[in-house]
Structures are given as C-alpha cells and as structure tokens.
Design a binder for this molecule. Sequence first.
Ligand code: SAH
Length: 463
Amino acid sequence: MDYLPVFLKIEDTPCLVVGGGKVAARKVRLLARAGANITLVSPAVCDEIDAAVKQGTVTHIKRRFQDKDLDGVVLVITATDDEALNRSVSELAKQQRIPVNVVDSPDLCSFIMPSIIDRSPVQVAVSTGGASPVLARLLRARLESFIPAAYGRLAKLVDEYRQRVKDRFPDSEHRRYFWESILQGRVAELLFAGQDEKARTALQGAIDDVDTHYGETGEVYLVGAGPGDPDLVTFRALRLMQQADVVVYDRLVSKPILELVRRDAELIYAGKQRDQHTLSQESINELLVRLAKEGKRVLRLKGGDPFIFGRGGEEIETLAAEQIPFQVVPGITAASGCASYAGIPLTHRDYAQSCIFVTGHLKDGSVDLDWERLAKPAQTIVFYMGLHSIPVLSRELIAHGLSKDTPVALVQQGTTRDQRVFIETLETMPDLPEREQLKAPTIIIVGEVVQLQEKLSWFGKEQ
Ligand code: SAH
C-alpha cells in the first residue's frame, strides 16, 4: 500500500491554497465543503475565487507566496503553473511536517486527493495512487451509479438509532445481523421511496420486535426498462434489478437488459403478443400479488415506461387494493428513445409546438381515435402499436386535413443495434410493411419534424 487512506477533519482549521486559477478554485470549493478555514495566496485570482472571497469563504493574501504563509497551517494545496514555486512550497511544507498536495505532481505531494463519491455522511474515496486520475474518475462514475443518492439519509437514520439498537442488542454479532437486515431490507427501501416516516416506524418496530406490517410481505417494483438499449436503464432500475427475487418481464424487455438482473433471480415471462396473450392481464395482476404475499421482492419489468401504454396503472391498482407495498420507476418511453436515436426532435420551434402520443392498436378491426384533434398543423403524432393500423392511420389523417406529403418515420427496434429507420410520407407509408417486412416493435412518428432526421441522425451511422 503506497498511501494510507484517511478522512481528515478540517472544520474551522487553517488550510492554505497557493495559486488563484481555476484549479485552485476547485480545491477551494472542496476545502470549503469540509468547512476549512481557508487562506489563499496569489497575486491574482479568477472570478470564482473572487466571488468566494466576497462571500467570506476565503481570505485572500494578494501577493506571491512567502515562507511565513505556512505558519500555523495544517494542510497546504499548491495549484500554480510555476514549477519552481510548487517545488519550494512542497519542500518547505515537508520540512515542517505539514501535509502538502501539489496538483498534478505526485512526486511533490505528501498526500494525494482521491475522486470522491459524496453521500455525506457516507463518503467513498477512490485513488489510483496518482497513476491515473482519469481511471479514478471512471471508477467513481461506476460507483456513483450503484450507490443510491439516499444513502446519506439512510446513514443519518442509522446514526439516530444507533444507541437504541446497542441497548436492545448488547451482543455485537446480533447487532450486526440486525443492521444488515435493516440496511438491505424494507426500511432502506421505504427511505429510498421517500417515505421517511414509515421507514422510522418500521425501524422502531424492528427494534421493539413489533409487527409494523412493513416487514413481512414482499413488495413489487414496477420498473420501466426503456426501449432496448441497456445504457438507457436508470440507476434506480438497475439497483432494484440487482435485488429482486423474482422478475416478471414482458416481451419488449431486451435480452441485454435481462442480463442485468441478479443472476439467481427467478425469471417469469409474461409477454404479450398482439391478440394472443400469454398471460391475461388479470393473471399477471394475481401473480404479482401472490409472489409478494410469499414475501418476495418482485420486479415487474416492462419495456419503455410502465405508465405509458404499459398497463402499469392497472397492475398497481390491484397491489394497492391488497395493501402490498410497491414503487414505480419510470423508464425512457419508446417515443423519446426511438426519436432521439433516429435523430428526430419531437418538438422544434420551427416545426412542432406540441407532440401527442397515441395508440394505434386496433380494437375489433377499427381504430377509435379523435382524428380531428390529431390532424393539426405544427403537431407531432407518435403512434405506439400502430404497425397493423398503418393503412387506416394514413387514410384518416389525410382525410382529416394533413397533406399526403407529410413526412413519416417508422422506427423498428429503436435504440438497439438492430434499429431500422424508414422515412416515408403519409401517402407512401401503407406499402412499407410489405415492402420492408416490418415487424414489431415499430413506432410511427408523423409530422414535419421528421424532415430533420436527414441532418440529425447519428446512431449507428458512420460519420
Ligand atoms: N410502455 C412502453 C410502450 C408499450 S406499447 C413504452 O413506454 O415505450 C408497445 C409499443 O411501443 C410497440 O408496439 C411499439 O410501437 C413501441 N415500442 C416499444 N419499444 C420499441 C422499440 N424499441 N422500437 C420501436 N418501437 C417500440
């Protein structure tokens, strides 16, 4: 081990920054977050430091560094581009046993600064021993995605109850077991779901060994998996995917996304094909209730966003009626995912001031839509589940006043490596499914914004 990782308490403690540029400003910001009493010495300072001086965060000594500036200081950071100066500050500090950091010069440092994930009071610091700050930053980004933002609140809650738990479980082994179950269980989830009071009640209940109804049943996470590209899954979705006991998933959930699910979770396919339901909606609702009542953490994973043509509302209505705890995690819906990856802004000041999402799903062979309202100028229409209604969509939109030359984009398997984008007009669109052997899932975007695709497409394109 080349360095000893420590966390320094520097609140109200004199720290010195040498240099007045942008890098120095970054260090000032960091020291200020830890409450240091900061003095900065530099003949000139950048705007950010100037503002910090005016706010009283920093005391500015407006001249070059002098040896006496180190008097009484417990920590010094040097961020100047004068190598000789950096070196002499470093040597002097080392002689006086004052920890010194010289930005970008590990040789001159007696301590180095890590990349930080801050969920105060929880902090994670990553260091590569100065070998590669970029690698440290990449690692940090990965860790950021795995540590829920609410961990700070969770740690504060634990801190609040620490003594009570200690009194209740004098045996340290017992206590560790207790905290492990709290930190990975319902209390933590309640907190992440923004239900702090319930989390407190549940924690107090667990301490008193009282049934609070927040512990024994499982719960359901209704999670949007986005349109296909696994990079479009949210941090929260990923975390819940890693903790679920059972995953009930749809046909639209892509394979690479399913691979993100915890390895030993049970997978149940509840896919639906048009007109040919594998599991009826009622059976899915019942399945979720039954699994949760068995005490399982159930991940209901849906393509796109669960509340956009996803029947997510119906599923949680049943859960709510049965008093089963649930949370809903939004996903990127097919309209925004496919439009972005096809290079089509759904709204644009010059072409469309509104955008409307509708389903083109045929019910008894007809599409029951308010065509008057759809066929408006300066409006983008996105049809979900419209593949089999294309002739009707084309006919009705033209009949209700849209020009037959209105551009249309059809995006098949959007955001995945198999994405195909076809640009047509309302008039030419009906031949396309046959001509190109279109298959589901395909989304249809109608409106003048589609013109922009030619200029703005980027995904899968050699540039
Ligand atoms: N809840 C989902 C929509 C479910 S309806 C969401 O928010 O995206 C299913 C329809 O969504 C499909 O018929 C298709 O029109 C569209 N769709 C979903 N994923 C798609 C994708 N990757 N590419 C193109 N269309 C998609």
